[in-house]
Design a protein around this ligand. Structure first.
Ligand code: G6P
Length: 442
């Protein structure tokens, strides 16, 4: 029997954990995970215990030889890990509520990965991830870090640039969902299609080629956007009604988050309407989470409930299991992940994290070469990448001026006084999670 694998999941008390456990169970023959350590913090203890007990039931029901450990001691867990996955949320959902409410109350998009909210999620998360990397250097120097904490691209880039840690893969479910949903729209099996994605997390475009080498991109664009009611491929973005003439002209399929940039006014109007009537997405997610944890408490529940699909991040964890499987077994699976650019996209710095189609080998992701974008994609992409670089730098240095540059550059944030007002309000609201900005003497 081959040596068992040790996985450590930081943010293990998340409602997504059952999908991760299911993913390991179904791959057990190829990927014998013998130890799964679910790590959380004091504030997440209750959730950790509930979802941890459910994970234990799932493993038992599946009859696999895997010990599930629950702990609040991250360093104890990390010792000799083979893979570390990060799905943490600094400040929990209450911090996300502020990321969404504060910009919305000033008439700006309030979203957890884009705009002002996304910037602040990065500011809170980057220092914590860099601490985890320091622990990994000491306790599990050969391990891979698979990050799906948002904003996944910026977090990955921070690890590469400031953590000096190469064994990191950033993961998002948007490309994963696209492969499944769009193959179905073309009436094809996804295994018979090649999707080439290029861009950055939540701002990428892709093409599709079938097994006969025929480019099917324009056909898909027509199916998706050539009608009034285009369907979104993620639960947290309701509509996908981009302007037909514009999408047609791209000859590449945009991702659902392009709605925020190509249709800012409409997305904002929808968000404001929801905000007025039902509160923000974060508040809705809190309700879904509450229901999920009530289900997880059931001592007879030993499988992932279907209600988990109401969360926007469905399929994330399963994809994480597949990456781990592919690295461990050098399976060379084709997947789209955030990784170091290294010239894959010539329009972006070599050391940036980019989200591109890769072969996942035993040595990690090897990107398919992409080249350069046309101006219709390149402009926005370069602005957003520069904005990300400034945000990451601000997260590390705590420099107010650098952060203000990121704010005023972001296309979803009005410039000038509004930018500064929203930024100051968010800084104050998240003070306890931003020690770099509030050090003595600053
Ligand atoms: C997506 C994104 C994720 C995001 C999630 C939000 O599809 O790719 O990055 O975390 O949705 O889902 P939620 O249910 O938390 O709003």
């Amino acid at each position: 029997m081959s040596k068992g694998i040790k996985i450590v999941t930081i943010g293990g008390g998340s409602s997504y954990t059952p999908e991760l456990v299911e993913g390991f169970i179904k791959r057990y023959d190829e990927l014998p995970v013998r130890e799964l350590w679910l790590v959380d913090i004091e504030a997440g203890k209750e959730k950790l215990e509930i979802v941890g007990a459910m994970a234990k039931r799932m493993v038992k029901a599946a009859g696999v030889d895997c010990e599930v450990h629950l702990t609040l001691d991250r360093r104890e867990a990390l010792k000799d890990a083979d893979f570390v996955t990060t799905q943490l949320r600094v400040g929990l959902l209450d911090a996300r509520i502020l990321d969404e409410r504060i910009p919305l109350s000033h008439g700006l998009i309030g979203q957890e990965t884009n705009g002002a909210g996304g910037i602040f999620k990065a500011l809170r998360t980057v220092p914590v991830i860099l601490d985890i990397v320091e622990d990994m250097k000491e306790l599990c120097p050969n391990a891979w870090l698979i990050n799906f904490t948002n904003p996944a691209g910026m977090v990955t880039e921070a690890v590469l640039r400031y953590g000096n840690w190469d064994k990191v893969v950033g993961l998002c479910n948007i490309p994963v969902n696209a492969v499944f949903e769009e193959a179905a729209l073309l009436g094809e099996n996804n295994r018979d299609l090649f999707f080439q994605f290029a861009g950055i997390n939540h701002l990428h475009w892709h093409t599709i080629t079938d097994k006969n080498g025929k480019d099917r991109t324009d056909e898909l664009i027509k199916v998706m956007y050539g009608q009034d009611d285009a369907k979104s491929i993620v639960a947290n973005i309701k509509d996908n009604n981009l302007i037909w003439e514009q999408v047609e002209n791209l000859h590449m399929v945009p991702c659902p988050y392009h709605n925020y940039y190509y249709y800012t006014d409409k997305m904002l109007a929808e968000e404001l309407e929801d905000f007025k009537n039902n509160g923000t997405r974060a508040e809705k997610v809190k309700e879904i989470e509450h229901e999920l944890f009530e289900l997880y408490k059931d001592p007879n529940l030993d499988y992932k409930p279907k209600q988990l699909a109401e969360r926007g991040g469905a399929r994330y964890s399963d994809a994480a299991c597949e990456i781990i499987n592919s690295i461990h077994n050098d399976k060379r699976t084709t997947m789209t992940v955030s990784t170091r650019n290294n010239g894959t996209i010539t329009d972006l710095p070599a050391e940036s994290a980019v989200e591109v189609t890769c072969t996942i080998t035993g040595k990690g992701p090897v990107p398919y070469n992409f080249g350069s974008f046309k101006p219709q994609e390149r402009g926005l992409l370069q602005v957003m990448k520069s904005m990300e670089e400034l945000t990451i730098e601000a997260a590390v240095t705590g420099d107010y001026g650098t952060l203000l540059q990121a704010f005023t550059m972001n296309p979803l944030i009005t410039s000038g006084d509004v930018a500064k007002e929203v930024m100051d309000e968010l800084l104050e609201a998240h003070k306890q999670y931003l020690p770099a900005f509030f050090k003595e003497g600053k």
